[in-house]
Design a binder for this molecule. Structure first.
Ligand code: PLP
Length: 432
C-alpha cells in the first residue's frame, strides 16, 4: 500500500494487518505464487488473461530450438506432438472433475462451442425443434449457437439460467449455459440445471471459461454431456492458448463432429476419401494442432502440481469476501454496488462492481462511461482489473497468485480514485 496519511487511519491499518494474517495462513501462499512471473502490479485480470508461469519461457525455447530446430518433423512422434491434444486434455481433466480420455485440447472456444452444439443437436431426439441459450451468455456462444441452429433447422430460445429448469420441454435438444457469468461473476447451478435438462430428455452443454481452474466443476459427477472452456484465463496458458472440449464417455460413440478433419480420422495417415471417426475423445480434434501454444499450455499446467481445486475454491471465496469487506471500508458509500452474488453458492472467482455515472452527462463525455475512466485510473495506479460495458468494474481473483494484500491494496486504491471524483448525485437511469 502507498504511504499516505489516510493509510494510518485505524480502519486501514486493521484491514492491512488482517491481509497479512490471511496471507501468512494461506496454504497456496508464497510457494505457488512464486511459480508465476509477477511484479508490484496488483493483477486482478487473471479471469481474462492469466499471468505467465515461470516454467513456460524455457519450455517454449526448448520446443523451438531443439524439438523444432533440431528434430524437425521427427518431433511429431519423438517429442509427442501428435498426441499432445489428448495428453494435455488429460492434464486439464482433474481440474474439471473428468476422468482421463474425456477432454481434448485444440481450436478456440468459439469453435468448440460449434462442435458441441451441432454435435449435441445431432445426438438429440428427432422431434426436437429448439435449443436454449443462456440469455446472459458471453456473446460468442450466442452467435455460434444461432448459426448452428440455422444450419440444423432448429429455433433458438434465450433463457435466463435460473429459468432453464422451468422452460425446458420435450422439444428442447440442448441448453448451452455459462457456468460463471463473465460480467457479473454469478455462478450458475450446474448440477441442478443439468439434472433438469436430463429430466426433459435434453442435453446439457456448459461453457466453463470462467470456472475451470477457479472452482470445482465436477463434469463427470454431475453427468454433464458436453463442455467447452478456454485455457488462457485461470489455466494460465497464454494469449490465444487453445480451448478444450469435454464429451461424456457414454456419448463419445455417438458424437458426430460437424468439423470432421483428418486429425479426428480413425486412420489419419490412411488418406482415404471417406471419413471414419477415431474412437473416443480423439474425434473432437479437427486439423493440425497449434503446437507452440499447446506446449506452452502444457508447461503452464505444471503450476497445479500438488494444488487441490478445493483449496483454490476456499481461497477464492475468502479473497472475494475480503475484497468486498475492504471495498465497504474504503470506498465512499453509494459509489459502487456489487453485482456479484453475496451467496458463496452463486459466486465465481470475481467481483464485479457497478460504478454508475456521478455527474450529469459524464457517461457521454467523449463517449467514455465513468466506470471505464475509473478503471483506466486504477490501471495507471498499478491495479489491473477490467471494464465491461456499460458500468462494470471487473476484478478477477486467481487464488494461485492473488494475495490478500493485493485485494486490500486494490480496494484502497479504488477508494482513493473514487474519492477524488467530485461528489454529485447519480444520474437516474443513465449508463444502464
Ligand atoms: C465465457 C466465454 N466463452 C467464450 C469465450 C470466447 O472464447 P474464444 O475467444 O477462445 O473463442 C470467452 C472469451 O473470453 C468467454 O469468456
Amino acid at each position: 500500500m502507498s504511504e499516505t496519511p489516510e493509510n494510518t487511519a485505524p480502519q486501514a491499518r486493521e484491514h492491512a494487518a488482517r491481509a497479512g494474517q490471511l496471507d501468512a495462513a494461506d496454504p497456496l501462499g508464497a510457494t505457488v505464487r512464486d511459480r508465476f512471473v509477477l511484479d508490484d502490479t496488483v493483477y486482478l485480470d487473471g479471469n481474462s488473461l492469466g499471468a505467465l508461469p515461470r516454467a513456460v519461457p524455457d519450455r517454449i525455447a526448448d520446443v523451438i530450438t531443439r524439438e523444432w530446430g533440431e528434430l524437425r518433423i521427427r518431433s511429431w512422434d519423438e517429442s509427442g506432438w501428435w498426441t499432445a491434444p489428448e495428453r494435455i486434455g488429460d492434464k486439464i481433466a482433474p481440474l474439471i472433475g473428468a476422468a482421463p480420455g474425456r477432454v481434448v485440447v485444440g481450436d478456440s472456444t468459439s469453435i468448440n462451442v460449434f462442435k458441441a452444439v451441432v454435435g449435441g443437436i445431432r445426438m438429440a431426439g428427432k422431434g426436437c425443434t429448439e435449443i436454449l441459450v443462456d440469455a446472459t451468455t458471453f456473446p460468442t456462444d450466442g452467435y455460434i449457437a444461432r448459426s448452428a441452429a440455422r444450419m440444423t433447422g432448429l429455433a433458438v430460445r434465450p433463457v435466463e439460467p435460473a429459468r432453464i429448469a422451468d422452460e425446458v420441454t420435450e422439444r428442447t435438444a440442448l441448453a448451452l449455459v455459462n457456468h460463471v457469468d463473465y460480467r457479473t461473476g454469478q455462478l450458475n447451478d450446474l448440477p441442478g440445471i443439468t439434472t433438469a435438462l436430463h429430466s426433459a430428455g435434453a442435453l446439457a452443454v456448459w461453457d466453463l471459461c470462467h470456472s475451470a481452474g477457479a472452482l470445482p466443476v465436477g463434469v463427470d459427477a454431475h453427468h454433464v454431456d458436453l463442455a467447452v472452456g478456454c485455457t488462457y484465463k485461470y489455466l494460465n496458458g497464454g494469449p490465444g492458448s487453445p480451448s478444450y472440449l469435454y464429451v461424456r464417455e457414454s456419448l463419445q460413440e455417438r458424437f458426430d463432429s460437424p468439423l470432421p478433419g483428418w486429425n479426428s480420422h480413425a486412420e489419419p495417415f490412411g488418406m482415404t476419401p471417406d471419413y471414419a471417426p477415431a474412437d473416443g475423445i480423439v474425434r473432437g480434434r479437427v486439423g493440425t494442432p497449434d503446437i507452440l501454444s499447446l506446449l506452452a499450455l502444457e508447461a503452464a499446467l505444471d503450476v497445479w502440481d500438488g494444488v487441490s481445486i478445493e483449496d483454490v475454491r476456499t481461497k477464492s471465496l475468502a479473497l472475494t469476501d475480503f475484497f468486498l469487506d475492504c471495498v465497504a471500508a474504503y470506498v465512499p458509500p453509494g459509489r459502487v454496488r456489487s453485482v456479484t452474488p453475496q451467496d458463496h453458492g452463486r459466486r465465481g472467482s470475481q467481483v464485479s462492481l457497478a460504478c454508475s455515472p456521478m455527474r450529469a452527462g459524464s457517461v457521454e463525455r467523449g463517449g467514455t462511461p465513468i466506470a471505464a475512466e475509473v478503471m483506466a485510473e486504477l490501471i495507471r495506479r498499478g491495479v489491473v482489473g477490467d471494464f465491461r460495458h456499460p458500468d462494470v468494474l471487473r476484478f478477477g481473483f486467481t487464488p494461485l497468485y492473488t494475495s490478500f494484500a493485493d485485494a486490500e491494496r486494490a480496494a484502497w486504491v479504488l477508494g482513493e480514485v473514487l474519492r477524488a471524483l467530485p461528489e454529485e448525485p447519480a444520474v437516474a437511469g443513465a449508463g444502464r
